[in-house]
Design a protein. Sequence first.
Length: 447
Amino acid sequence: MLPLQVEEPILSFSGEKAFEYIKKLAVDIGSRPSGTDAERKSAEWILSEFKRLRLDSRIEEFDAFTGSVKAKRLEVLEPYRAEIPCEVMPLSGSTDPNGVTGGILHLDSYDEEYITADVEGRIIITSGQPANRDRAFAQLKKYRPAGMIIIESTPRAMAKNLWGSPTFRKKYVDIPMVRVTFEDGVKLVKSGVKSMRLIAVTEEKTIRTQNVVAEIRGTLRPEEIIVVGGHYDTVLEVSGAGDNAGGTAIMLELARVFKERGSKRTMRFVAWGCEELGLLGSREYAKRLRETSEAAKKADEEATTELDNTVLCLNLDVHGGLIGTNSAKVLGPPELTAAVKLLSKEKGVVFSVSEAVYSSDGTPLSAVGVPSVSLSRDTPSNLLMHSREDEEKWLSPEALRIHGVFAEEFLRRYVAEAAAWPFERTIPEKQKKEIEEYFKKAGRKLP
Ligand SMILES: [Zn+2]
């Protein structure tokens, strides 16, 4: 444990205060997957926190498609009997309550030539990701395996909890998919397992969910809006302390700081919903901005819209890991990247700064033309992310301070105090293509 800060002036970012927020979300509430009571409770708690800070705040609802797991069990039937722990991907496929039984095929490769009529009716054991998902899954659709067991790629790591994807399933095939640890994968293959039973009963539903939004209105340039965001939802069964109670906590603490200090420009703080389901909260937000803007411009070509005035999104996703490295991914003009680099050197914070797509809520905003900076604290090999190990015990107030203080200084200079907005509101052509490519690859529509 690192020594605590002795005294922190109330006007600046406190890692301790941010850490309290993490405890509330990840320990008191715990796992908060979209469509559950816990998710709604988190949103209400964030709203109450915004209100306690005397911020103008609201809940913005939208519909989303999600799933839940009703039953799961993975059993070896031959040549011995055993039960293997697994995590079900709720938006893959579903078995009936009795499950499916099938001969086992250990598939080393997702290459088309290896996916043949052999897979039909069998349970596939595999690892990794296919290089070309579209082709691999088109092939799987053709031959319809009974189920898929995906082995984690790292020893001593828990199996990941992932949602799967409704678009993907609709487009290809609804194969029930489960994930097992690396060790269990080795055990299964080594023991020459011949047949297994897989029970993975999942249920799909459309839910009403929400982003939680709060605002500090700018004193001199209220029309200029900077979005500061972090998602509060998790995957199933995972407390999501780092991903992303950590980012939500930093966002809340920044809201407290700037409520005290004030800002020339409008700061809009958003706790995004449904990030883990495919960036749905930020996508909805970006889509509404774009649609309202288009409608306004249809009526008056000269109109300057809220979208035009939204000049930056600062997004926080995955934070607080005591052991870790810092990264900033920028989508926007070169001077924005330069500013992040300069500030990191000035503050003595080691950041890996790059111009790249980060798979999180800044990207849908950049897809509609808003530059974004995504800050994250990366833990080695992403070991904790999306697994039950993503707990508060690996995090620390000191690590939260690294990004908190950096974000605070960035926002103070350029948003709260700058005489003129220093960054062009533009996304370079090359990055636009990368963003499109990202959405296409993920099987998601652009906002
Ligand atoms: Zn996340």
